[in-house]
Design a protein around this ligand. Sequence first.
Ligand code: ADP
Length: 413
Amino acid sequence: MEEKKTVWQHLIDRAWSEKWYIGISAAAACTAIVLGVHAVAVLLFWLVWMAALLSRSADPRPPLPVAVPTPIETDNLGVLASVFNALDTPIIVVAADETVLLQNQAAEKAFGTIPANSDLSARVRSPGILDMVRETIGTGKANQIEHSERFPSEAVYIVRVAAAEIRSPADRRLYVLSYRDISQARRIDRMRSDFVANASHELRTPLASLRGFIETLQGPARNDARAHEKFLGIMHEQATRMSRLVDDLLSLSRLELKSHIAPDEAIDLGPLLAHVRDTLAPLAEDLDVEVTLIVPEQPVVVQGDRDELTEVFENLIENACKYGQEGKKVEVVLSGGGDQPAEVSVRDHGPGIPAEHVPRITERFYRVNVEASRSKKGTGLGLAIVKHILTRHRARLLVQSEVGKGTVFTVRF
Ligand code: ADP
């Protein structure tokens, strides 16, 4: 809280800061000299000087700030440049005549070097940005627009310009252009809306088919016992497909919720893999595929969540059996233990995955062949779930595939 000053204190402050006491004592001394009273002159000078000093030492308040020019007033651009260089947002500072006074390092990295004092329009081609800057220079009001850059890489920015009330060396008003990169947020938005569109499309198809069969059973096939049996079988299949999809979607959203919590159970991978192989034995038999499991003698223990790791290997081995059915053999090899990192590879000898699809197969709903996946009861979410679980386990999924020879999925912990 600011202390209330008395008139006397104000007077002392001013007298001290403006060095009145020197003037007063000098004037008194001069008067005494003129009058020829030299001893009085010295005494007066001494008295006034001492009075001023005593009044200062009796005053407990800190001395007033001294008006020394600060660097920001003498060298604004240098100070601004070093402050802006510490930010990772591209910033360009222009003068009222639209010449570029400075750009920070982030701007240099994003748009290349703009020579100082060159015209903004020589480098910034976007008419939207230039119009906005001119408007701000004219009105003094801040503005912003959305702007997309194609080169050197595709990016979307919110570009804002605002007048800065700081004096430059030439006492000009500055205009600060800042670029906020929203490309990542845009990508996430797009992924989210794609996801909703994909999920509703996946649900709509079996729903439409169910509705069609219900109408047929209520109408033309009302009294046809054979049609009843056939259609109810298909309807059951479609309903199962929908519930598989809903289960996978719920599984994904559950995983997203706990993605930042690292699992902490100690899991011995050998017995877990043996259990998964046994669970999938009926499916492998149906598909006429032989699943071989090779585990080392020593236990291979990782920190993890038993149910989630079971889901990972179920998905990978099931995919190997389904999509690599024609290769007839699937090999699951566990290695590591002791000081070595744990690794599980699942190899099939099926048709393989063309190289252009490999980077995308862990995306939600991404399938190399949609019909093939549907006919094999796939939802397109299996590998997305695998990737999520492995991220939570700080493990990686590596895919090696050769068309015509087969695929190896490796989980490295
Ligand atoms: P889906 O439910 O369709 O099986 P996944 O996410 O498990 O979904 O797999 C995505 C796609 O990757 C599959 O549709 C399939 O095209 C391809 N894929 C997965 N595993 C294999 C494999 N072992 N061999 C060939 N293609 C595979």
